[in-house]
Design a protein around this ligand. Structure first.
Ligand code: PEP
Ligand code: MG
Length: 588
């Protein structure tokens, strides 16, 4: 059976499904025998105990490190877990329907979801989210595969199938060699997609209800280029996809051989191809593909994957190691960008009606000076590290919307510098920059330029805000497209204004890695790009096949087109004519 979703990370893999969150799968099996029934009830009680122990440990940790108010959420979850009505419902379903505990949880979750779906009350909706969290936690303790680990799948390439891949899953994924990713939710710039691309893992998101059609252990094919998932493939299609898989890997290896060559256009103009990374783990790949440095270090992963709040000393150590391990010690460190689709329980961040328009990023950091200053101080101190060539450290602030925020940020950095001097602590030189990812800042860019040393365009957010289309919602992914006339006009204005003012400008959204986006931006005059490391070799190859004059003409023509479809088709034709060997590595 063939299912379509959103193509988010190119490549093909033929493997075995591993369903995270099995609770979303309808388990339908034969009715249990008496003995099995007792075992199931016993297993459920044990899962409740284990989940309660998890929640108590989380409460203690967060209460001691942040505050009891922030930790209260875990008490609320524990209350749901021990709610007699809830427990009764699950147990009754197990006995009456002679089903597994996993099956009963699935049923109860569905029942509550349809009940709550009719409510307009936000408070109740939040309770449903809490209930869902509790059920997923319980389900994790019941899942055999999660207990035994992916080794239970017989060493086949593993394809993770999940409702949604959360940034906090990064840890789990790190350990188990994921070769493919399929999710029910999320779009091309969701964090699942970014994670997949940064590791070069083929991925398809937005495949609705896939968890109802696949179970752990089933054969599955992921074509991250076309956005296709094949379930229970027949031998012919499996053979065809295996061939494509080999071809893809071969082309990737071939391209990676250009890692020691300079990034240059056909007329010899030097380009800077930098890597987007989430942590030390990604630097190995950045070096392997010949990245010129790191253009975006998303520090939130340090916070998300850390068991508790990282202290200033821990952060300093992390940033120092990052600077040392980064190619040419050239790194742009972005301050915590939390909120939107990424939440950290210990910051007490709760659901909002419009999280992407809400309390995220620096808006949240300003209200948590205890975190924010620690982070800034840690970066300033890390910049003092001795390297050869000397380190070039840039500190970048996300989601800047109004000029007053930038003024406040500069004042904050100055305060941290003064503090460190007064404390006699060593610090190094740091350039201060902003991400332009809010349309208000993009339109008003000239007012910001005197306040910043550099600009980095965050096209992922900029596009979602310009198009009023959630970057994580597959239903609107046809609108959330960087190659749209409105986006092109704003990018053109931004790049031109920065270049005229002589202000260094780069782009670090996913658009920089897609060959079509890359070609267009090159034509608009951009010379610095930051992308998932796996895209560096192919864009280096593409750059070598085009002159800056040709690219400028292409960008000019693209700016004259009226629809996104025309722009995308036109750029694909140009790439086909200039450099057909990068086509297989592009995403639709
Ligand atoms: C962006 O918005 O383009 C960006 C690079 O940041 P993130 O994807 O982490 O929001
Ligand atoms: Mg962003």
């Amino acid at each position: 059976m063939l299912r379509r979703g959103v193509a988010v990370s190119p490549g093909v893999v033929v493997g075995v499904a591993y369903c995270i969150h099995e609770v979303f799968v309808d388990p339908r099996g034969k009715p249990l025998e008496e003995q099995e029934l007792l075992q199931e009830l016993e297993a459920f009680d044990q899962a409740v105990e284990k989940a309660a122990a998890d929640l108590r440990a989380l409460y203690d940790k967060v209460a001691s490190q942040v505050g009891s108010q922030e930790a209260e959420i875990f008490h609320a979850h524990e209350a749901i877990l021990h709610d007699p009505a809830f427990l009764h419902k699950v147990r009754e379903h197990i006995t009456q329907h002679r089903t597994t505990a996993q099956g009963a949880l699935h049923h109860v979750l569905n029942e509550y979801t349809s009940l709550f779906a009719r409510t307009k009350d936000d408070f109740l909706k939040e309770r449903l989210a809490d209930l869902r969290d509790v059920i997923v936690r319980l389900s994790g303790h019941l899942s055999q595969v999660i207990k035994q680990g992916p080794a239970a799948l017989g060493g086949e390439p593993l394809v993770v199938v999940a409702d949604e891949l959360l940034p906090s899953h990064a840890i789990t994924l790190g350990g188990c060699e994921v070769s493919g990713i399929v999710t029910q939710r999320g779009g091309p710039t969701s964090h699942a997609a970014i994670l997949a691309r940064s590791r070069g893992i083929p991925a398809v998101t937005g495949v609705r209800d896939i968890l109802r059609q696949v179970k752990t252990g089933d054969r599955i094919i992921v074509d991250g280029r076309e956005g296709v998932v094949v379930l229970a493939p027949d031998p012919e299609s499996e053979a065809a996809y295996r061939k494509l898989q080999r071809e893809f890997v071969h082309r990737q290896h071939q391209l990676a051989e250009n890692r020691d060559q300079p990034a240059r256009t056909a007329d010899g103009v030097e380009l800077e191809l930098l890597a987007n990374v989430n942590g030390l783990g990604d630097l190995e790949q950045a070096r392997a593909v010949g990245a010129a440095g790191v253009g975006l270090y998303r520090t939130e992963y340090l916070f998300l994957t850390h068991p508790s709040v990282p202290s200033e000393a821990e952060q300093l150590e992390n940033y120092r190691r990052m600077i040392l391990a980064t190619p040419r010690h050239r790194i742009t460190i972005r301050t915590l960008d939390i909120g939107g689709d990424k939440t950290i329980p210990y910051l007490g961040h709760r659901g909002e009606a419009n999280p992407f328009l809400g309390w995220r990023s620096i808006r949240l950091s300003f209200e948590h000076p205890e975190f924010f200053q620690k982070q800034i101080r840690a970066v300033l101190q890390a910049a003092a590290v001795q390297t050869n060539p000397p380190a070039c450290v840039q500190l970048m602030f996300p989601m800047v919307t109004i000029v007053e925020e930038m003024q406040r940020l500069r004042a904050l950095v100055r305060r941290c510098q003064r503090q460190l001097r007064a404390e006699g602590k060593e610090q190094g030189p740091v350039q201060i920059g902003m991400m332009v990812e809010v349309p208000a800042a993009a339109i008003n860019i000239d007012a910001f330029l005197p306040l910043v040393d550099f600009v980095s365009i965050g096209s992922n957010d900029l596009v979602q805000y310009l198009m009023a289309a959630d970057r994580d919602n597959p239903k609107v992914s046809h609108l959330c497209q960087p190659l749209s006339p409105a986006v092109l006009r704003v990018l053109h204005h931004l790049i031109r204004t920065c270049l005229r003012a002589g202000k260094p400008v780069s782009l670090c959204g996913e658009m920089a890695g897609s060959p079509r986006g890359f070609l267009l931006l090159l034509g608009m005059g951009l010379r610095s790009f930051s992308m998932s490391p796996s895209f560096i070799p192919l864009n280096k190859r593409l750059a070598s096949a085009v002159t800056t004059g040709q690219a400028a003409q292409i960008a000019q023509r693209a700016l004259e087109l009226r629809t996104g479809r025309q722009i995308r088709r036109f750029l694909a034709q140009q790439i086909h004519a200039l450099c057909p060997d990068v086509e297989i590595l592009d995403v639709e």
